[in-house]
Every structure is written in C-alpha cells, then in structure tokens.
Design a protein around this ligand. Structure first.
Ligand code: BG6
Length: 486
C-alpha cells in the first residue's frame, strides 16, 4: 500500500509526557526518513498558554533528550518543526474548538487523525466536542491510549460514547507493545516459518513465561499509577496482548479482523479467576527501598504522589491457564514489576525434556528453550543441548543467538513510529478491537474484585530484586522455576 503523504495529525495532550517523550520524537524520525513530507501537518493542543515558538522550544528540548545526538540535526529539526503548530485548546471546553476548526478548514478531504494522549476519562467528552464542532469527517480516525477505562463498566461507557461518533474502523486502540519490532518478529517467527508450528502446543511445550520487568519506579506518575496499579497498567494490555500472539491459532491472513478474531479466541479461553484462585495463583507485591545497580532508591510509599498506606501493587506474577485444545494444562506465567533487578522484557518458551535421558547432563531436567527478547537487545535465542568437548558424552545447554541489531543494520523503528504510520495508513492489524478490550477487562475485573475483599496487603519486595519470594514459590509449586532461577 502506498504511504499516505498528506494528513493532519492532531495531538490532544501536546505538552504531556507521552507526546514529548515518545510521539513527537517518533514523528521527527519518520519525517526525517520520509521522501515526501510536503503534506504533513501536526497540530498539538494543550491547555498551556504557550505560543508556537515556546512550544517548539519545549519539543526541541525533549527531542534532543530522547533522540541520540547522531540522529539529531538542526536541518532535520527545522524541516520537521515547520510542520508543527500549537494551539491552546482545553479539550473539555466546547468553546475552544473554534480555533481547531479554523486551523482545519479547507482540509476536510485529507486524512485526519485525532490522537487522544489524555486521561481516558476525557475521551468521551473530547469526541463529543469534536463532533459538535463538525470536525469529524469520513476521513477521520481517533487514537485512544491505554489503559482504556478502569474496568469493564467504564471501558464500555467510553467505547459507547466514542463509538457513537466514530465507526469501529475509525478507532485505533493503541498498545505500544504491539509496535515493538520483536513482537512483530514473534508473528514472523510463528507464521513465516514452518519449523515451529509442529512444536507449538501442549505436547511439546512445558511452560511459557512472560516477564515485563522495569528498573524504573513510578517517577513523576505517582498519582496516575497509584490509581491504576500494575495489573491495569501492564497486564490488562501489554502482557495479555503478548500472550494472545503467542497462543493464537494461525489466522488465514494478516488482515486486521482475522488477526483480532484469533486473539479474541485466546482471551475468551483464559480461565477465569475465582477468589480462591486469585489467592493461590496470583502474587501482588509493592517495592520497598533498595538499590538498583548500586544506587539507593526509595520505596513506593515514599514516592511523590503516593498516599500514605497505599496498597497499590507495583508487581504482579500469576499462573494463567488457556483452556483450549492446543494449550490445555500448559501453565503460562506472567510477571511484571517496577524497580526490578533488571530492565528486561522477554518471552520464554520451555519445551518438554526428552522422554528418556541417555546422555549425562541431560538428566537434570535441562530443556530446550526459545527466548524472545523484547528489550533490551532485541533478539531470539534457541537453547539446545550440545556435547561438551572431551572424552565423555556429556551435554550442556548452549544457545543459538540471533541479535537483531547485528543482523539488521538499519535503525530499528520505535514502536510509536510504526504505530503512528499504521494509523495514518489506516492499518488496524496492530490495534485492539472493542471486543478484545472487553474480553481483557472481563478477565481482569474479578481479580480486582477479589483483592478488594482480601485483607492482606501486597507483599513487600526490595527494589532491585525479582519481586516477592512468593513469586518464586508460585512457580516452584508446579515443579518449575523462573528462567533466572533455573
Ligand atoms: C506503559 C506503562 O504502558 O508502558 C508504563 O504505562 C511502563 O508504566 C511502560 O513504564 C513500559 O513500556 P516500555 O516500552 O518501556 O517497556
């Protein structure tokens, strides 16, 4: 499909963290590397009383912070900045939309993207104001950031309100994990090769581990984070989407609805938690003071914006079962946390051990393992057993390692670069459909409901560790261990 080269991209939340840290740097790169940018227009909106020069100075400062010096040049910046406009618009005030209408007049036929990088609680109001101001054209799209809602009820209310104005084909529910190169490589690995499919089911797979570990704490986002917690911030969306791509049946094409139909089936096959299994199969934790790479860091309760005695979880690990023919009785372990020992996101697929071990070294439960590393150092490892040199027929695990950075020398696109271009090009494959989102909330809500009735607080863990010891116990109980402990 030929790229769309003429569009108006309108960011609500233009002075927010996401716009400055991710969206505008991503656009800088796309602008720098695109052939024809003469039809690009980026209109950033926020409540702040800034003029265009003041806003551009802010954007430049952030681009220079988040873009490596080798990729930033005055020439590329000036060309990009010439495409950016700023308007002081409060998305909640209908009377402010006249300014936006003025800026968009005579461009009704162009692709028009409204990117709502604001709290989800404002989505309905902003869409309503856009419609009342007559700004929603057939060529319009809206991008909704996660977490979309707080539970199924609030997500439903938002989706109903947005759906009254935009058709489902115009709604792009973004999950930036789907824009990561390695996640798309997982799709390529599974559906572009024939060697994995025969192994990709319960007869060959012993267990699956998905870890999304961060070293950062809650930083300046304390107020947001304390309201949502790790389950809503990372599991309901990113971790579940990864699980879906891993577990889905091969779609008959990468057409958006084919892909999303298959992901939806996985979400529907997830075993529901009961209050009892929430206790036995899920560990929630909260970080205490500790050290990250030798540097002391405060505990969660001492972070800015965190209420005294908060019981919000900053860590979750859980055993998940996918109740279908392919995955019956294969445990999927998900874990995510802030202030963990390493920044590391990866998917580990442990294959079953040989049925009968005849070689020394092969009798200790050593297994073949496929590791898909999302970050840092994106790549894929296949662990196999090989003979140790020498007289004995002794084997030990070695790995076949594919580092994407070494194999592909072109710069990897950031997830937002890819996803922004998909929105502009109208490709919904990597965006969540409403029924997927509903299914994810339907699965997550009972966990929060059970936690609300349980008196025990999240288990403490020291910053700089792999979470509460109960997380290790959760998996050891099944006779298994997390990758770093095996
Ligand atoms: C966001 C969460 O969706 O993902 C953040 O709101 C988290 O809390 C971030 O830090 C992690 O993204 P990445 O790409 O750095 O793994």
């Amino acid at each position: 499909m030929a790229p769309v080269t003429s569009f108006d991209l309108i960011f609500f939340g233009g002075t927010g963290d996401l716009a400055l840290r991710k969206l505008l740097p991503a656009l800088y790169y796309r602008h720098r590397d695109s052939k024809d940018t003469s039809g690009w227009r980026v209109i950033c909106l926020s409540r702040q009383a800034l003029d265009r020069d003041g806003y551009l100075a802010l954007v430049r400062e952030h681009c220079q912070t988040f873009i490596p010096a080798k990729d930033f040049s005055d020439e590329a910046w000036s060309a990009f900045a010439a495409r950016v406009e700023y308007l002081q618009v409060d998305g909640t005030r209908a009377e402010d939309y006249g300014k936006l209408g003025e800026a968009l007049k005579d461009s009704a036929a162009r692709t028009r993207v409204f990117y709502l990088s604001t709290a989800a609680s404002l989505f309905a109001q902003i869409c309503g104001n856009l419609a009342s101001a007559g700004l929603v054209t057939p060529a319009s799209r809206v991008v909704l950031e996660k977490p979309l809602g707080f539970n199924l009820a609030s997500a439903t209310a938002i989706n109903e309100a947005v759906g009254a104005i935009f058709s489902e084909q115009q709604i792009f529910r973004i999950d930036h994990y789907l824009g990561k190169e390695t996640v798309q490589n997982l799709i390529a690995l599974r559906f572009g090769n024939s060697i994995f499919e025969p192994l990709w089911h319960r007869a060959s797979v012993r267990d699956v581990q998905i870890t999304l570990a961060e070293q950062v704490g809650v930083g300046e986002r304390g107020e947001y984070y304390d309201h949502y917690g790790a389950l809503r911030d990372m599991v309901q969306n990113h971790a579940l989407q990864l699980l879906c791509i891993l577990a889905m049946e091969p779609p008959s094409s990468i057409d958006p609805d084919q892909m999303r139909d298959e992901k939806l089936k996985v979400l529907r096959a997830l075993r529901r938690f009961t209050p009892e299994t929430v206790r036995s199969h899920i560990v929630r934790g909260q970080y205490r003071a500790g050290a990250i790479e030798g540097k002391a860091v405060p505990g969660y309760l001492d972070e800015t914006g965190i209420p005294h005695g908060s019981t919000t979880e900053t860590f979750v690990s859980m055993r998940v079962d996918v109740d279908n023919w392919r995955w019956a009785r294969v445990p999927f372990y998900l874990r995510t946390g802030k202030r963990m020992q390493e920044r590391m996101s990866e998917i580990v697929i442990n294959f079953r051990a040989v049925p009968h071990a005849i070689l020394p070294g092969n009798d200790s439960g050593a297994v073949n393992r496929l590791v898909i590393r999302l970050q840092p150092d994106e790549g894929i490892e296949l662990h196999v057993l090989a003979k140790v040199p020498g007289a004995d027929m002794r084997v030990k695990p070695v790995k076949l390692d594919l580092e994407f950075a070494e194999t592909f020398t072109t710069r990897q696109w950031d997830a937002y670069e890819r996803l922004l271009m998909d929105v502009i090009g109208g490709n919904l494959t990597l965006f969540m459909r409403r029924d997927e989102l509903d299914a994810a909330w339907r699965w997550v809500d009972p966990i929060h409901e059970a936690w609300a009735t349980q008196s025990d607080a999240p288990k403490p863990y020291s910053a700089g560790t792999w979470g509460p010891t109960a997380s290790s116990a959760l998996i050891v109980r099944d006779g298994l261990s997390w990758k770093e402990e095996s």
